[in-house]
Design a protein around this ligand. Sequence first.
Ligand code: THU
Length: 164
Amino acid sequence: MNTRSLKFDLKEYSGPDELDAEGRLLLREAEFAMASSHSPYSHFKVGAAVLLANGEIVKGSNQENAAYPSGLCAERVALFMAGSNYPGVAVKAIAVFVSSAIHDADGPAAPCGACRQVMAEYRSMSEQPMRILMGRKEAAIYEVNDIEALLPLMFTSKDLKKKQ
Ligand code: THU
């Protein structure tokens, strides 16, 4: 039996000033994106900003629905918007920003499992890592270098490769 340890680095910044220019800009765009959050049910606002390899930034926010499962997270709104409007263009980075007047959470603004799976899909179509930044109002900022850190052993199209 072999046990393999999978490790990842979680960077923690005390504020945006510690980030590089790209990270600072993208996180600010994610924060701006929260303004369009439609979250009358959870009151949990999420904004996401996707930086593409062609330099475009595509934003999204969580869109809830009275029929709860019909809503969609900010990350997937932004990623599907990017995939629809810029097909085949790699995703370099995604920033997520969360804010809530009624919730008490802290720590990384961690994307949900479904959003991680969608990130994995776009990541698997590109040659470059997908930087992920997580921001929360008046809290530390967290970063991982690639989606594999948040979704180890991720399932991608490689797992569906047909026999020759
Ligand atoms: N939400 C996101 O937008 N992204 C995530 O990764 C986690 C959750 C949204 C969905 C819902 O509108 C609200 O946050 C509470 O779950």
